[in-house]
Design a protein around this ligand. Structure first.
Ligand code: PEP
Ligand code: MG
Length: 325
């Protein structure tokens, strides 16, 4: 049997008819044109039609995926999901293993800023043997910073490795799923303690800035209660919590729209808080990789986006207003 796959839309057609084939050929040509356009933007700095610059960073799931990428394509790494180090049922990564992994990421980036997020296990990212498996609704459960605060020994190993790796580049640490100011305050206390420990033991280290993900509506709505060094909006979770539509249920995809006015108003609110207090605000959820949503994000005031490495060219073209309607 002949079959046709549309990988972008997630569609498989078995034994396509002539009309379907013709439509696919047309779409294939469009995609090829868009790919060429994206390629022409990939290594250039991103600017809006009025010449205003926009920082385009990339999201990374670990050092391995960076090896084939040219750092010149981005203004840094806006999100490293450190979950890549924590595997189902496996032994937890020790400090040395984590240090080496973070160091590789920082060395790849050179002087460009790198934001590494502390473990965000739980929710859609369960880790057997680590996350709690008796919760009825894991998305509203013990995930992200909540789990780290519940297991401070594991959290501190990660913070120690991060402070040591910080000597090898421009590192920032970010806490996921912050919902109340005490999440940040308690996270900061652990960082203080780790820095004091390293100092006392004369182990070379640096204390990186400490920021938060803005992905729980409570944080976005009352953002002025959170005295973080920087903010990064997690539109995947923010959208699912605002719209009450789980991010992993495909049939609810229409609800899970980051361009919904309710979500955009929280994004704009966070941007405004950053502007008033002089702190960086970026967005690192999937919405930033979607060229159709990028104009909404720019309109909400964002000037730093962190996107999948595969979509850098397309996002830069969208920022420049160069994509056909
Ligand atoms: C987000 O929630 O938008 C985000 C970037 O984090 P993750 O997708 O890892 O939950
Ligand atoms: Mg998230």
């Amino acid at each position: 049997q002949e079959a046709m796959v549309d990988g972008e839309r997630g569609i498989l057609v078995v034994a396509p008819e002539a009309a379907t084939r013709a439509a696919a050929a047309e779409r294939g040509a469009e995609i090829e044109q868009r790919r060429k356009l994206a390629e022409s933007f990939r290594l250039k700095p991103a600017t809006m039609p009025n010449g205003e610059p926009v920082a385009v960073m990339i999201n990374a799931a670990g050092p391995d995926e960076l090896q084939t990428l040219d750092p010149a394509m981005c203004d840094g790494i806006g999100l490293v999901r450190s979950e890549f180090l924590f595997h189902d049922g496996a032994r937890l990564p020790d400090e040395e293993k984590q240090y080496q992994a973070y160091r590789r990421v920082l060395e790849w980036a050179g002087q460009r800023p790198v934001t590494i997020r502390t473990l965000d296990a739980g929710g859609d990212k369960p880790v057997a043997g680590l996350t709690l498996d008796d919760e009825g609704n894991p998305f509203l459960g013990t995930r992200g910073i909540r789990l780290s605060l519940l297991k401070p020994d594991i959290f501190r190993v990660q913070l120690r490795a991060l402070c040591r790796a910080a000597l090898h580049g421009s590192l920032k640490i970010m806490l996921p799923m912050v919902a109340v100011p005490s999440d940040l305050a308690r996270g900061r206390e652990h960082l203080d303690a780790v820095v004091a420990e390293l100092q006392a033991a004369k182990i070379p280290h640096r204390r990186p800035p400490l920021g938060i993900m803005v992905e729980v509506p409570a944080a976005a709505i009352a953002i002025d209660r959170f005295d973080a060094d920087f903010y990064s909006i997690g539109s995947n979770d923010l959208t699912q919590y605002v719209m009450a539509a789980a991010r992993d249920i495909a049939t609810l995809a229409d609800y899970a729209d980051a361009a919904d006015p309710a979500v955009l108003s929280l994004i704009a609110r966070t941007v405004e808080h950053g502007r008033k207090t002089g702190r960086d605000v970026s967005l690192c959820g999937d919405a930033a990789s979607d060229p159709a949503i990028v104009p909404h994000l720019l309109k909400a005031g964002l000037r730093t986006l962190s996107v999948s490495s595969a979509s850098v060219g397309l996002v830069k073209a969208a920022i420049a207003g160069a994509l056909p309607e």
